[in-house]
Design a protein around this ligand. Structure first.
Ligand SMILES: [Zn+2]
Ligand SMILES: [Zn+2]
Length: 210
């Protein structure tokens, strides 16, 4: 009888020598897979745009029991910001034309999946609600302190604090709970993770784990 093993991706029995699972079409021998392969350079993981990541180990904490969760990544190259020379509309057009998007299914445990989504919801809520709340509260506090010029001063201070707050939430909350896109090109999405050593244990270079 020929030797069989369990496919590590779908659990079906496959021949031990098989390079690719006939049931779920995952590559069992990553070195045989054609095209770009998943690889690390420093703290950044390059993930091929067209291939699936393995479920099982969480990309944030390396715990087992992770399932694949759909995440959308958008990268705006710096050259798009030149569009600001044509005003806010120029910036919006340049950003829309030059941005690269890719959906990846990331292996995440329940806890890390919730933190990833929670950070996103908090960040967007902070931007949208804060855009109104910071200047309004600033105006109220300002006019309470100085009825003549306090309101205007309060509005500007509120807007300044809102902008500082956006950067603070991005660096303290978002960057600590998500894989952050560094670039997207024809072959790869490059992501930076808050704890690259842990992520590397869950998602090593393709070819290293076999
Ligand atoms: Zn399989
Ligand atoms: Zn996790």
């Amino acid at each position: 009888m020929r030797k069989e093993i369990d496919c590590e991706f779908c659990g079906e029995r496959v021949l031990a020598k098989a390079k690719k699972c006939p049931h779920c079409r995952s590559w069992l021998d990553a070195s045989a897979k054609p095209g770009p392969k998943r690889k690390w350079s420093g703290d950044v993981l390059a993930i091929p745009r067209d291939t699936a990541l393995p479920p099982g180990e969480c990309c944030m904490c390396a715990d087992s029991g992770a399932s694949l969760k759909k995440k959308n990544f958008v990268f705006v190259p710096q050259v798009a910001y030149v569009g600001i020379l044509a005003g806010p509309i120029g910036l919006a057009v340049a950003t829309t034309i030059l941005q690269q998007k890719q959906t990846l299914h990331m292996p995440l445990c329940q806890g890390c999946g919730r933190k990833w989504t929670g950070a996103q919801v908090f960040f967007i809520s902070f931007i949208l609600i804060g855009m109104i709340a910071f200047p309004v509260i600033g105006a109220m506090l300002g006019s309470a302190m100085s009825p003549r010029k306090g309101a205007l001063f309060g509005v500007f201070l509120g807007i300044a604090l809102w902008i500082v707050g956006i950067f603070a939430v991005k660096y303290l909350v978002v960057n600590n709970n998500q894989g952050i896109v560094q670039s997207i090109d024809d072959d790869f999405v490059r992501l930076k993770f808050p704890n690259p050593k842990v992520t590397r244990a869950a998602l090593p270079n393709e070819g290293d784990q076999f």
